[in-house]
Design a protein around this ligand. Structure first.
Ligand code: SAH
Length: 215
């Protein structure tokens, strides 16, 4: 299938996301710009622009486009802001953040996925900085961040992440059991105070690590 056809499918996906309630144009434009079919196995290419999660290597998934859009919308980032993602996976969410002009940092625990995404993002011209390790501990070397997004389901809010937010910064993290999670949006008001909103319901692969589930 040619690129033009994929582009048309992205346009249709954006219309579908709008109908489902995504209204942030900068997010929708990023979805229009990122070739999601490059982030999955070629055998699944035909399904790249369906609004569904798809399998990637190591038993993980590339999130459903609606979920990516919703999480990104909740982050409320502007071009030039520093964003940390936990759970690089396929690299798709990182590419969306780059497309929006963010300064992107992303951590993945599986070396295979880390390597693959690093190569792919570089090949596509996205300048995200990636690290392989336990993202429940954040990435203190580049903290604090304007926004942090966790793309795996946590049992509790990983507190190290809230500490790596700037004052006024936002953490978006799915928290719950293994069946479903509520999307929490936590904003740092000052040194010690945080404000929290909750949006339900989502289903992510587990966040595994020191401040996540046991491996
Ligand atoms: N944002 C990804 C979604 C991938 S699924 C995408 O756009 O494709 C979530 C990812 O989180 C998986 O790849 C999983 O290996 C990773 N993960 C789980 N626990 C983690 C942890 N503690 N630190 C970093 N990555 C983690």
């Amino acid at each position: 299938m040619n690129e033009l056809k994929f582009k048309q499918r992205r346009k249709n996906l954006v219309s579908e996301l709008r109908e489902k309630g995504i209204s942030d144009d900068t997010v929708l434009n990023a979805i229009l710009g990122v070739p999601r079919h490059k982030f999955i196995d070629t055998a699944l290419g035909e399904r790249a622009y369906e609004d569904s999660a798809l399998p990637i290597e190591m038993g993980q998934t590339i999130s459903q486009p609606y979920t990516v859009a919703r999480q990104t919308e909740l982050l409320g980032i502007r071009s030039g802001e520093k964003v940390l993602e936990i759970g690089t996976g396929s690299g798709y969410q990182a590419a969306i953040l780059c497309e929006m002009g963010a300064d992107v940092y992303s951590v993945e625990r599986h070396p295979e996925l880390y390597e693959r995404s690093r190569e792919l993002l570089r090949a596509l011209g996205y300048r995200a900085r990636l690290k392989c390790g336990d993202g429940t501990l954040g990435w203190s070397a580049y903290a604090p961040y304007d926004a942090i997004v966790v793309t795996a389901g946590a049992p509790v809010v990983p507190h190290e992440l809230t500490r790596q937010l700037k004052i006024g910064g936002t953490l978006v993290v799915p928290v719950g059991d293994s069946d479903k999670q509520a999307m929490l949006r936590i904003t740092r008001i000052d040194e010690n105070r945080y404000e929290e909103d909750s949006f339900s319901d989502f289903k992510f692969v587990p966040l595994i690590g020191k401040q996540g589930w046991d491996g």
